[in-house]
Write a protein that binds this ligand. Structure first.
Ligand code: SAM
Ligand code: SF4
Length: 332
């Protein structure tokens, strides 16, 4: 068995694998999907549970992957999720396993997922006001999300992180309120700048809420100081709130890109490796899986896929082109 690593031409090494388990979702967040949803991938093009677990094993055994985050679309709508988590944990017990989810239905499954080997969850929540939540997600489901969060905390899937996107005119006035609530509940809140990854191509550089604006809003009510712990490859800049121990994170993907420290690689639900969220090329592993390739051959393809990773996403570059697939299809 030859061990390799997923390094690129700029000296970065990917050890953090994001696996999209489905492109489908039960919410319709306006920065992600149109109200009518999307043309979902045909069932037979989506990797089976066996195929996902095999790729996780190859990543862990042959390619130096240390963390796997299951995402989507909404990973909780994938029927085999608990099984995939359990089997991933069995084939590679050292992996750190996490889930990025909207938390709908998590109240029912958090305990089972923790027992299956899941370590942590990140939950997306942009407002704790029912009407704002419904306006952004186009579904009146705030109470389900809050119940899911509590269940995750009770099941030990912590520290529970919350990802929030601020949208001008919808919730950009609620940053401080969300932070105060998250601190009281013991959740770790991180604000994410809106990126040009929505299917409707509705993003604009002028319309997005920047990290500077987020700081401006928070600093009216809190004292923020850079947190002591090193950032490493983590995308969030962390700040202590009012002297700590509470913190808040800001993921300034657009205005302060962290591409130089990126350690991620993505696998889409239909088995394509993407070396960057904003990549315009993908490398097909599903064809290799279904064509009888050995583990070593698949690992070799994966290594080649990483060599083409660009230095940065170039969102601020005049030649920037939004990728064909939206965030929900790539796996956020
Ligand atoms: N459905 C799950 C969820 O919402 O957590 C997982 C998939 S979702 C695509 C992953 C993350 O991407 C969420 O935290 C969501 O807020 C974020 N996201 C989606 N579209 C985005 C965009 N255009 N800009 C920034 N973040 C986005
Ligand atoms: Fe669904 Fe997540 Fe996209 Fe919202 S951000 S529509 S929950 S995939």
């Amino acid at each position: 068995m030859t061990t390799r690593s997923l390094d690129d031409r700029y000296g970065r090494v990917a050890t953090d694998l994001r696996v999209s388990l489905t492109d489908r979702c039960n919410l319709r967040c306006s920065y992600c999907m149109p109200a009518e949803g999307l043309d979902w991938l045909p069932d037979d093009s989506v990797l089976t549970d066996d195929e996902v677990v095999r790729l996780v094993r190859i990543g862990a055994d042959l390619l130096g992957i240390q963390e796997v985050r299951f995402t989507g679309g909404e990973p909780l709508v994938r029927r085999g999720l608990v099984d995939i988590v359990r089997r991933s944990h069995e084939v590679a017990p050292h992996l750190d396993l996490s889930l990025t989810t909207n938390a709908l239905g998590l109240a029912r499954t958090a305990g089972t997922l923790a027992a299956a080997g899941l370590d942590r969850v990140n939950v997306s929540l942009d407002s704790i006001r029912p009407e704002t939540f419904a306006a952004i997600t186009r579904r009146d489901r705030l109470q389900d999300v809050l119940a899911g969060l509590e269940a995750a905390r009770d099941a030990g899937l912590g520290p529970v992180k919350i990802n929030a996107v601020l949208m001008r005119g919808h919730n950009d006035d609620q940053a401080a309120e969300l932070l105060r609530w998250a601190i009281a509940e013991g959740y770790h809140l991180r604000f994410i700048e809106q990126m040009p990854l929505d299917a409707q191509h509705g993003w604009s550089r002028d319309g997005m809420v920047t990290a500077d604006e987020i700081f401006g809003r928070l600093e009216k009510e809190f004292v923020l100081t850079p947190a002591a712990e090193p950032r490493g490859s983590a995308p969030a800049e962390l700040f202590s709130v009012d002297g700590g121990p509470a913190t808040v994170g800001v993921i300034a993907s657009v205005t302060r890109p962290f591409c130089g420290d990126c350690d991620r690689v993505r696998l889409t639900a239909d088995g394509q490796v993407r070396n960057c969220l904003f990549a315009r090329e993908e490398s097909d592993l599903r064809g290799a899986l279904r064509g009888g390739a050995t583990d070593e051959e698949i690992a070799d393809r994966w290594v080649v896929a990483m060599r083409g990773k660009r230095a940065g996403h170039g969102i601020d570059d005049p030649t920037f082109l939004q990728p064909d697939r939206p965030m929900s299809a790539i796996g956020g």
